[in-house]
Design a protein around this ligand. Sequence first.
Ligand code: CP
Length: 313
Amino acid sequence: MKNYTSISDIDNINSWIEAAKHLKKNPLKNSELGKNKTLGLLFFNSSLRTRLSTQKAALNLGMNPIVMNVSGDAWGIEFGDGTIMNGTTAEHIKEAAAVVSQYCDIIAVRAFPSLTNKEKDESEHVLNAFSKYASVPIVNMESATGHPLQGLTDAITIAEHTKLKRPKVVLSWAPHIKALPHAVANSFAQAMQKMDVEFVIANPEGYNLNPEIIGDTPIFNNQAEAFKDADFVYAKNWSSYEDYGKVVTTDPSWMITNAKIGDAKFMHCLPVRRNVVVEDAVLDSDSSLVIQQANNRTFAAQLVLKKILEYLK
Ligand code: CP
């Protein structure tokens, strides 16, 4: 595999899950594979888990990770073609991506959406510009529309925590004070659609995700109905897709509680706002898998980097 930019880059999710579980048992088995190879991690936005787990994954493979907060520390990057650069941007992506490619064998990029311009966000102009102008493989560490390292992590975590042949998994919208991207929800939905699970989405009216992502997945506007017989409840806020980037409601009755989820396991990608998205009692109970999910971020990233390193060999 050359690039990992979307869940659609996963050819067989079950074999990827098995491979990630194997890496988790033997994290240093391939510690020579990445020797003398450099991973560049470029962050246009904040991160805790992605930043640390992807570096950890690279170190487990013997790679040298180097990290840059692009927004704060680099020259302002211009993405427009033919722009007269007499404004705030000082360096074009054509040079920036080509230069970083001289220092790195793989480039990983995090670039969130504006949530103000649907067309521009859906064009994935930052991620795609790196793919176009870099001469080395690209890994998506969360782009405008997808977070495939998180989606793979979530698939691994569900597989680890069920003995059922076909568990019921619910992706539930939950309230938040800010307008958040659709990336985590999109990649989670795409990962579940590849797995043998009963997958449904619960969200208030006006919060349906992109119809191209939803596909045939059933959508419930009644959270209680969606949660019936659930084995896993994955909570996430996202802003409206229809009324793009807007907070249409912060209805607290959608907050996840122990009473609502019953015996189901609780999942969230983190960071999470306690007692807004989910009550303390859920996060502090054995039902919560959020720390196990965060741990699996390392092995999802390690599997992706391993596949790219094998391609480069
Ligand atoms: N879940 C996730 O991507 O966390 P960070 O934003 O902290 O990297």
